[in-house]
Write a protein that binds this ligand. Structure first.
Ligand code: COA
Length: 661
């Protein structure tokens, strides 16, 4: 460490402090949990700059964050409240124009306003673990304090467009490659930054705002811009971000900043941003159960997974990547070996796509044991079943597990449609049974419905939640009912879509309306992609138990009877040629004939009515789930629909959309 001057800690504000080190003022932002740039952080930074300017003995400044974050961005909770001076653009202008060098020592995430602060500094030194990004588009915003104008000046318009319109942070190594940071510190971040400040002292400073934008190849920029516009699906922010980055290359800084600020303020007050902010906080609130606050989760290290089909393998991959040991069980040594290969194959895909190193993949696989011998599960702290969704199959498995696992081991069912209370009741210790409803593919999808059974112990539930979080998933607690939260709502709007077909809409009309609203795919296109045969087989199994008087929509059965099983078979609700989906007049004719047969008189139904009715059906079912105590809050329902069913986050979720009117 450098010589530390008389260690007086200066309080520039309640959340910004300073200390002198070797003639450099070390400014630390300490505003837990993420050092957001709230009013007193902004005031503190101004005070620190003023202090440094007034004191001749100070040669420069280093700005850093306390804890594991540099600065997580503007304080999102301040949006919608009356503005408090100084605003962020003013702080940033003061940083950039400071006469003494200001170095950003980026100790962790520098996001949004945090990166804008760093961009205004005269150099940036990053810790290896730093991440840097402008994620505003994910909140329906554009950067509002110079990000769209300074980032292109520092790293060029195309890489800047990628970061701003995509919203994804980059790691320190990438940031060094693009010129976003000047150096990566090897462990000694503050010392390196302080030396750098001393080196720059008295020299001409590089002010990002005064740099020229590297003029991109206009054709390449337009290709990238078009891709962003095509993928926006109604979202305003990425399109505006593209426009602003383009502007940076053509106008002076002041004009660019003014346009950026005006756009930021307009978007901040938009419905889309309100919806995305709601989704942000709803996601972070999910899985927080008040009465479990003081219930410690149990430690887990060995996880058993029974069943190595697609679901079991996906769960195994997620569990291995979270650092657990996994014992994966299947019925025969051949099936287990096949499961092991499938798990290894999924992990290899991550290596191929650059998300995982070879060494990390080998390390993960070294924690995997595949077996056909159930007694190998004796070591498990928790066993997750992912076998065929049939009551007798699951109960037989749980009974065998009862005889093998420790009395305190947790038993998890991944059922989608069966009653987990009924399964638990067949076991010796129902209080250790809990549901974890993963979505497929389980190593990719972030949502997990954590099903609180009637007799689940609190610490079992708390452990299931902690496990889901360790897997970097989003856990939403729900009670027991058929389909839990997500599939209940899905069934409700699927029924509404079927009514719409009977009344005169066609599958392509419904899909078009949903896609225009922002769903990545319409309902019928999704059916085709997933394949129609599994649901058909289930309906046939359940046919005997169905009330013959209840309304029953027969088209899906008729499609399957005609050999139309979806995209894989080339035909389903649509027809597929060369991988392209096309409307099939045969399906239209089939629906027409069905309407005639059942006495429906078709009418024209507009896209607005389609969407209004689908949304209303989701919200109605959501209210029923709340009234029945299956879902704990409307926010939880929104999280389930956004992360499990492609509901567009920029509408906030069905409950948010309905309540906003
Ligand atoms: N403003 C206000 N609160 C914020 C915030 C922000 N910019 N960023 C995070 N928080 C809050 C979260 O709501 C959460 O609060 P809670 O504990 O009451 O639920 C808490 O900080 C921790 O956030 P979390 O995301 O759970 O922590 P993490 O360590 O996993 O991730 C970040 C930290 C900074 C990477 C992440 O919070 C993030 O991406 N934040 C948003 C960044 C952003 O979009 N900035 C641009 C704003 S315009």
């Amino acid at each position: 460490m450098h010589n530390t001057d008389a260690q007086t800690i200066l309080a520039f504000s309640p959340t910004v402090r300073g200390a002198r080190s070797n003639g450099i003022l070390l400014v630390t932002i300490d505003n837990p949990p993420v050092n957001a740039l709230s009013a007193d952080v902004r005031a503190g930074l101004m005070a620190a700059l003023g202090h440094a300017a007034a004191d001749e003995a100070i040669a420069g400044l280093v700005v850093t964050g306390a804890g594991k974050t540099f600065v997580g961005g503007a304080d999102i909770r301040e949006f919608g409240k009356p503005p408090v001076e100084p605003n962020l653009p003013a702080v940033i202008a003061a940083l950039e124009s400071a006469s003494k060098p200001v170095i950003a020592a980026i100790n962790g995430a520098a996001l949004g306003g945090g990166l804008e602060v760093a961009l205004a500094c005269h150099a940036r030194i990053a810790a290896k673990s730093a991440s840097l990004g402008l994620p505003e588009v994910t909140l329906g915003l554009v950067p509002g304090a110079g990000g769209t104008q300074r980032l292109p000046r520092l790293i060029g318009a195309l890489p800047a467009l990628d970061m701003i319109a995509g919203g994804k942070p980059v790691d320190a190594a990438t940031a060094l490659r693009t010129g976003l940071v000047d150096a990566i510190a090897d462990g000694q971040l503050l010392e390196t930054a302080i030396s750098h400040a001393l080196e720059l002292s008295g020299k001409p400073l590089r002010r990002t705002g005064l740099l020229k934008v590297a003029v991109p190849d206009p054709a390449a920029f337009e290709v990238a811009a078009k891709k962003i516009r095509d993928r926006a699906r109604g979202r305003l922010a990425p399109v505006e971000a593209t426009r602003l980055v383009q502007l940076a290359a053509t106008v002076d800084l002041e004009t660019g900043l003014a346009e950026e600020r005006a756009t930021f303020l307009r978007l901040r007050d938009s419905d889309q941003s309100a919806a995305l902010r709601h989704a942000f906080f709803a996601e972070r609130g999910a899985g927080k159960v008040t009465h479990l606050k003081d219930v410690d989760p149990r430690p887990l290290s060995v996880i058993g997974i029974a069943g190595t089909g697609l679901m079991g393998c996906g769960i195994a991959v997620a569990t291995l990547s979270a650092g657990y040991r996994v014992v994966a069980l299947d019925q025969t040594p051949e099936a287990a070996a096949k499961g092991g290969e499938r798990i290894a194959g999924l992990i290899r895909q991550s290596v191929a796509s650059g998300r995982l190193s070879d060494a990390a993949a080998s390390e993960q696989l070294s924690r995997l044991n595949v077996t056909a011998d159930i007694s190998d599960l004796a070591a498990a702290d928790m066993v997750i079943e992912a076998v065929f969704d049939d009551f007798d199959v699951k109960v037989a498995l749980f009974r065998s597990l009862d005889a093998v696992v420790r009395p305190d081991a947790i038993l998890v069912t991944n059922t989608s449609y069966l009653d987990p209370d009924a399964i638990a009741a067949q076991t010796v210790r129902p209080e250790r049974v809990v549901g974890l409803h993963f979505f497929s593919p389980a190593h990719v999808m972030r949502l997990i419905e954590v099903v609180r059974c009637a007799r689940t112990d609190d610490d079992v539930l708390s452990t299931a939640l902690a496990f889901a979080r360790k897997l970097k998933k989003i856990p939403v607690v729900c009670g027991v009912c058929e389909g839990f939260v997500g599939n209940r709502i899905f069934s409700a709007y699927r029924s509404e879509a079927e009514r719409l077909l009977e009344e005169g809409a066609l599958p392509q009309d419904i899909d078009r309306a949903m896609e225009a609203y922002g769903f990545p795919m319409g309902l019928f296109a999704v059916y085709d992609m997933a394949g129609l045969e599994i649901a058909w087989a289930r309906r046939k199994r359940q046919a005997a138990a169905r009330d013959p008087a209840a309304p029953y929509f027969e088209i899906p059965d008729r499609l399957c009877e005609a050999g139309r099983f979806g995209a894989k078979s080339g035909r389903g609700w649509y027809v597929y040629e060369d991988g392209k989906r096309r409307v099939d007049p045969q399906v239209d004719a089939m629906i027409d004939a069905y309407r005639v047969e059942k006495g429906f008189v078709p009418r024209a139904i507009g896209d607005d009515e389609i969407m209004e009715r689908l949304l209303a059906s989701m919200a109605r079912e959501g209210e029923a789930l709340l009234a029945q105590g299956i879902a704990d809050s409307p926010d939880d329902i929104d999280v389930v629909m956004i992360h499990g069913y492609g509901f567009p986050a920029h509408h906030g979720g069905p409950m948010f959309a309905a309540r906003r009117g």
